[in-house]
Design a protein around this ligand. Structure first.
Ligand SMILES: *Cc1c(COP(=O)(O)O)cnc(C)c1O
Length: 500
């Protein structure tokens, strides 16, 4: 299976090359030249397999240039009981007769980014080897929270890689900061940048486009790369868990094979929901996708009107990983919907870059509304959903999952659609403990308490165990204290690599 670009259908490269490159030269994203199929019988066969075996079935259909052994090795290193605390890597929790929660946060950082970032480093290093690349990969990440930690955990001690993460010194939560400055591993670096997320991100972009620096790195046998959510190696592992959830529902006799389900996804960059859409294109029986946004509801408007318009105010919400105005993975979705027309896709992306706005054609609009529903929930509605779900079912959700639940409840009420529904749960409630506790017990419950008292309090309220990786933070040594100016970031990288 070869890969082409959403802005140039003539390109034809292997999956290893697509994963190594990340982004195509003309700015497009890599997509498979055709979408492999899963027959009903193949889906039924997944029921007898564990998550690793299911991953192998799906990944081998896309990464056809990887040998069976290479794929097995990547999967075995990523999805272990040791890292996920359970062999059931992505468990499905039955909330009631129609709603099932797909828990994607049992990985080492307690958020769903682990599902992709635990395996990406292995796919990437294998891709480097397969394409004859001998330099060591240096991953640079600017993070507003979840991605940085998930990337650090994913790349830690992976031979042939180094990783440096920059976070804004006053732009991440206390627990996120603790997670990063206590990071262990012999190939990791972490630094705070004075400023906000944009400063950190533009600093990283500047390093990536510095040709002289690239040469210096090359002379020292280093090659820069990123762990962006647009890399195909991050998207493809996410397709697995939608099939896995369906297989679990089949095993538990909750559905019959071939029965259509709804899928609800709390969305930011459109990566997670796009993976669900790929699963559908492969043959997963889906009735409707419900795309849930917080107050940054650019996608809700897009789904309802066909107009994407990022010219609007940015809101900081209690579901920060969804505070996004440009959903970069939407480009792959549009490319499929317009019949893989690279010119049309490139045109929309050009309009987005120049005017911050584009409108898709009537036929694309029709296909979106046939399959997708979009909705949004503000912070108050999100809080209310956490409380209501806890009271009704004794199940406590995080603030991102709660956006999905609130949007789904409204959808169900409006449409009367009783199709069995899988709701993607993207973070452990402990990761956003403060907002969750306020939702459950009011502001009094959190006043004056430190992170670790909050974790204990939430454990008591929810009856859930504190995830080990968060509880352990209390006793971990702080290993990084670098704080730099934006202009000094390049020096931080050089110092870390001991060059220049
Ligand atoms: C990244 C993230 C999301 C958004 O996922 P996308 O793939 O960007 O749509 C939702 N919830 C949490 C907790 C996240 O970390």
């Amino acid at each position: 299976m070869q890969y082409k670009s959403t802005r140039n259908s003539q390109i034809s490269i292997s999956s290893a090359e697509a994963i190594k490159k990340g982004l195509s030269e003309e700015g497009g994203l890599f997509v498979p030249e055709s979408i492999p199929q899963m027959k009903e019988t193949e889906i039924a066969e997944l029921t007898g397999m564990n998550y690793r075996a299911r991953a192998k079935v799906i990944l081998s259909k896309f990464l056809t240039d990887f040998t069976e052994d290479e794929l097995s090795e990547c999967i075995m290193k990523a999805y272990t009981k040791e890292k996920f605390g359970t062999d059931n890597i992505a468990p499905v929790y039955k909330l009631n007769d129609a709603e099932y929660i797909l828990e994607l946060w049992h990985g080492p950082t307690c958020a769903f980014k682990d599902m992709a970032l635990q395996i990406l480093p292995h796919l990437l290093t294998t891709s480097m080897k397969k394409t004859g690349e001998e330099d060591e990969v240096v991953i640079l990440v600017a993070t507003s929270g979840d991605t940085g930690k998930a990337a650090l955990e994913g790349f830690r001690d992976v031979s042939g890689t180094r990783i440096v993460v920059f976070y804004p010194d006053n732009g991440v939560s206390e627990i996120q900061k603790l997670q990063m400055v206590t990071q262990e591993g012999n190939n990791v670096g972490v630094a705070a940048v004075k400023g906000n997320f944009d400063d950190a991100q533009s600093g990283v972009k500047k390093i990536f486009t510095d040709e002289a620096y690239k040469e210096l790195l090359g002379n020292n046998r280093f090659k820069l790369s990123s762990a962006n959510s647009i890399n195909w190696g991050r998207l493809v592992p996410q397709i697995v868990y939608y099939f896995s959830a369906y297989a679990d529902l089949l095993s538990a006799n909750e559905i019959k094979n071939g029965e259509k389900i709804n899928v609800v996804v709390p969305t930011g960059n459109f990566g997670n929901i796009l993976a669900a859409y790929y699963a559908y294109k492969m043959g997963l029986p889906v009735n409707r996708f419900i795309c849930a946004s917080n107050k940054n509801n650019v996608l809700t408007d897009f789904i309802n009107t066909g107009v994407y318009d990022k010219n609007r105010s940015f809101h900081t919400t209690i579901s920060p990983s969804m505070d996004i105005l440009i959903s970069s993975n939407l480009e792959r979705f549009l490319y499929i919907l317009c019949g893989e027309n690279d010119e049309e896709t490139a045109g929309w992306m050009k309009e987005l870059a120049e005017k911050g706005r584009y409108e898709v054609s009537e036929s694309v609009k029709a296909e979106i509304t046939r399959l997708f529903a979009g909705g949004c929930a503000d912070d108050d509605e999100t809080m209310a959903a956490i409380k209501k779900c806890s009271e009704e079912y004794g199940y406590v959700m995080d603030t991102h999952t709660a956006v999905a639940k609130a949007v789904y409840d409204e959808y169900r009420q409006k449409t009367g659609d009783t199709t069995k529904t899988v709701i993607a749960s993207t973070a452990s409630p402990f990761k956003f403990n403060q907002s969750v506790l306020i939702a459950l017990s009011g502001h009094g419950a959190v006043a004056g308490k430190d992170e670790f008292s909050l974790l204990a309090e939430l454990s008591e309220e929810s009856g859930m165990e504190i995830p080990r990786s968060l509880a352990e933070l209390k006793n971990k040594a702080k290993l990084f204290n670098t704080v730099c100016e934006k202009e000094e970031m390049i020096q931080v990288v050089s110092d870390f690599l001991q060059i220049g």
